[in-house]
Design a protein around this ligand. Structure first.
Ligand SMILES: [Zn+2]
Length: 76
């Protein structure tokens, strides 16, 4: 599934440990906020927003998830 392939690209650029670190920290920060904390994690928003685009990873900029972190509540 493309969703998981997007996570693999995120993990690779984050050297795996930092991916899980940022993932858990962002989840904890978003827990008290409105909405689903898991779905609001930047990594998940990037994956959900682009999972239907099979060519997404070909043109994906490095650290593309940071756009989602800077723009909470926005789709692309
Ligand atoms: Zn996911």
């Amino acid at each position: 599934m493309n969703h998981e392939r997007i996570h693999t690209a995120q993990q690779r650029e984050m050297l795996f440990v930092f991916f899980y670190l940022v993932y858990v920290i962002e989840w904890l920060v978003r827990l008290p906020m409105k909405g689903n904390a898991y779905r609001n994690i930047s990594f998940e928003r990037e994956a959900y927003a682009n999972q239907r685009n099979p060519d997404y990873l070909k043109s994906r900029p490095l650290y593309a998830w940071r756009w989602y972190m800077r723009h909470p509540g926005r789709k692309k």
